[in-house]
Design a binder for this molecule. Structure first.
Ligand code: PBG
Length: 327
């Protein structure tokens, strides 16, 4: 009761605020998404993601070294596949000398301790731009699951530490886990995109990889954003099927989902702050309408407060710069 309780006492100086602060950020919290293309000396800025690049394998080496030196120790790899290598079944995804497999090897050769995670979904390889096989305009769940498991195995054989299925097919985590176990990859982890919503925030990413769906949308497999409870069911199933880390995606508009999961499950939760979120902040900052650094930091803390223990974010390098300036 006032004046016995004056909440401002704990806010009156930098020192006391720091003392009672509940959440903080560290470079350890981040996964850095990287976009890989064929070629040499290629570093192309993604138009809808200013200051973010697609890079060839030679420049990936440079990037990975610099990330490691900054204290960023996990990367999540995505590849842009030339159109002539795309087909309905994503055949190229299983090529042991494909771009993803080479990218994994490149990172591991350059920086063996870097944690390498790979995206597992057909969309960058699919002539239809869908995450699964298409038949009569439908995305076929069970046949897709088979290919995804083979794809995950291929990434594990190339040296991936974690595979990250982002496709939202039913039962794919179990299928991947069983194949990895059967082939002796007991230590290869699965970070499952468990609660991945059909979202318009992925637009710039689809520009980056030229992976927009050729027809329709992804609403028959990604979650309906009107729903909240379903996220828990999806996530609990993935944990039962063998997921080591679960993910909520997109980020800032889905903090309620992160908190729901954090209240219910013990498995580490990753938040993915996606391309559209990055693009919006960059655009507003370019206009001079918002304070970029302050808003990046505030949003990243919001993920921690919501209950995420790790964050995949295109702002990871900015985050390290901001963390270093604080200390
Ligand atoms: C592919 C995939 C997508 C993203 C990550 N993996 C796009 C999609 O589902 O269409 C989005 C990431 C981002 O927007 O930053 N399955």
């Amino acid at each position: 009761m006032f004046p016995l309780q004056r909440n401002r006492r704990l806010r009156q100086s930098q020192a006391v605020r720091a003392l009672v602060r509940e959440h903080s950020l560290s470079p350890d919290d981040f996964i850095v998404p990287l976009f890989i293309v064929e070629g040499t000396q290629v570093k192309e800025e993604i138009p809808s993601m200013p200051d973010y690049y697609r890079m060839s394998l030679d420049l990936l080496k440079v990037e990975v070294k610099s990330l490691w030196d900054m204290g960023l120790k996990s990367v999540l790899l995505f590849v842009k596949v030339p159109d002539l290598l795309k087909d309905n079944k994503g055949t190229e995804a299983l090529n042991p000398k494909g771009l993803m497999q080479l990218a994994v090897q490149t990172v591991k050769e350059t920086c063996p301790e870097m944690l390498v995670m790979t995206d597992v979904a057909l969309d960058p390889y699919s002539s239809y731009g869908h995450d699964g096989i298409v038949e009569n305009g439908q995305i076929i769940n069970d046949a897709t699951k088979e290919i995804l498991a083979q794809m995950a195995l291929s990434h594990a054989q190339a040296g991936a530490d974690f595979v990250a299925p982002s496709d939202m097919m039913d039962g794919r985590v179990e299928h991947i886990r069983e194949l990895l176990e059967a082939e002796g990859f007991h230590h290869t982890g699965i970070m499952s995109y468990s609660a991945k919503y059909a979202s318009s925030f992925y637009g710039p990413f689809r520009d980056a990889l030229d992976s927009a769906p050729g027809f329709g949308d992804k609403k028959t497999y990604q979650m309906d954003f009107h729903n909240r409870k379903e996220a828990l069911t999806e996530t609990q199933l993935d944990i039962e099927e063998g997921a080591d880390i679960v993910m909520v995606k997109p980020g800032i508009a889905y903090l309620d989902i992160i908190r729901d999961l954090a209240n219910e499950i013990e498995t580490p939760i990753a938040a993915y702050q996606v391309s559209g979120e990055y693009a919006m902040l960059k655009a507003a900052a370019a206009k001079g309408w918002v304070d970029y650094d302050a808003i990046v930091y505030e949003q990243l803390i919001a993920f921690k407060r919501a209950g995420a223990s790790l964050i995949a974010s295109y702002f990871a390098k900015d985050a390290v710069r901001l963390i270093n300036n604080l200390s």
